[in-house]
Design a protein around this ligand. Sequence first.
Ligand code: FMN
Length: 230
Amino acid sequence: MEEFLDITKAASSVSEALTTRHSIREFDSRPIPENILHDIINKSLRAPSWKNSQPWKIHIVSGNQRNLLSEKLSQAAKSGQPNPATPWLESYPSDAKKRMFDLGMKIYGVAGIERKDKNARDEFMLRNFSFFGAPTAIFISSTFDLNFFIGIDLGCFLQSVLLMAREHGLGTCAQAALGAFPDVVTSQLSIPKEEKIVLGISLGYPKSESQLNSYHTPREAMENLVRFYN
Ligand SMILES: Cc1cc2nc3c(=O)[nH]c(=O)nc-3n(C[C@H](O)[C@H](O)[C@H](O)COP(=O)(O)O)c2cc1C
């Protein structure tokens, strides 16, 4: 079942944050107070990880650096080939393909983009690199070999940030796209080469009265995915 939600109101419980969070793709440019950024990151660093190895490094980019990085990433996206630290999957099970297709159709529909209009789709994709207008981007990197379990650890941190942001009335979009040009990010932010950029998160106040922001993605029914054993 599809739903539309007002995402501009802060969540006051984990349940509320979980059930109301969805990706934001139109942000207001209002900056995020530093104490709020600190609170989100500091608490998210409580995320669990394999043997408490804490494989993450976090880079928080705002202000002028954000603008410069956005410009360079956008240029790279227009002319370069993605070169992510870990390859993106090329094939998916058919049920997932359907969900991915439905998401594309819905998002383009809400954004007023004709599916056949490749230029408009490309333009929309490029918005990833201006962080959808967000004042802050968070990059997650790691010096560890990127195996499956490191991904789970980073995912625990990622979800913590997404939920903490909801508590502060902030919106987020997790973006693999922000890991597509890791050399641009490491060079612009002078990050040591041994740190692999995995992905980024756009963070900011959701633009109100945005149809795109109010779209609450559906989920598969629990009975299709979960089995209970007694
Ligand atoms: C690891 C990961 C990578 C993602 N990469 C992108 C991305 O590059 N661009 C984007 O617009 N959304 C991206 N998303 C957002 C997903 O499309 C979104 O989470 C999914 O469709 C479910 O919708 P919801 O977040 O609104 O609940 C990513 C999400 C995750 C968890």
